[in-house]
Design a protein around this ligand. Sequence first.
Ligand SMILES: CCCCCc1ccc(-c2ccc(S(=O)(=O)CCO)cc2)cc1CCc1ccccn1
Length: 240
Amino acid sequence: MVQHHLTAEVDAVVKQQVAMARLGVGECGTGWQLFAEDGEMRMYRREQEVDGMVVDPLKAVHTVKGITGHEVCHYFFSPQYRYDWETTLEHMNVVETISEDTLVFYQLHKRIWPASQRDVVFWSHIRHLPNDQDRDGPHIWTVVNQSTEHPEYPGCSGKTVRIYLTVCLLCQTIVNPPKDGAPISRNDISCKITYCSVVNPGGWAPASVLRAVYKREYPKFLKRFTAYVINQSKNKPIMF
Ligand SMILES: CCCCCc1ccc(-c2ccc(S(=O)(=O)CCO)cc2)cc1CCc1ccccn1
């Protein structure tokens, strides 16, 4: 069977993004500044501009009790849940199904005054990796979203501004088996989440506006998304 033209790119970008996500905020050299904290969630950004545009890389780390990395990635990747947790979405559709673990999405985000409305086309890939710290521990799960071109969605519709992004959600399940050998319940598991994103907002938007949007929207997004996964999973069997 002939490989899809994106398969090689997906493999390379996933490997590169997972390696980056695994670096702590200390190792990536200095420059990461903590800009939001809420319980276990820590959100860092690096102030970076390309051609005068704010493209601040963002790295968030969070530990959530009662869910697994597979569950977090499942609800992040699967299109049928997206309107439930992605509040800035005006429209979303699956442009292409490359395989059961690789989809191409079009997303139109709500306009955020005073900037013009944004849209994005990206491939999204879900994968699990052996846990190299603990051979027989639960696998690491990841979803990588990477902007891509698609002939049906040229980036020059005029009305909206096309954004470019690379996102990596990396999840590690932690199991603390009960002492008495009882079966593992949701009280015995937690998930260590690393969320990395670099967004190029496309057309010009004032740096102050962009930084204010990210400062407000990213913490809200991660809190809302993780609360959604907890709520969706709590009465269902654990997905390891
Ligand atoms: C003037 C505003 C310009 C930027 C607007 C913008 C840019 C990027 C995105 C965004 C953020 C996360 C993803 S994802 O992680 O792949 C999940 C699937 O949706 C995809 C798109 C969104 C938004 C809209 C505002 C905003 C900023 C952060 C967080 C949430 N919303």
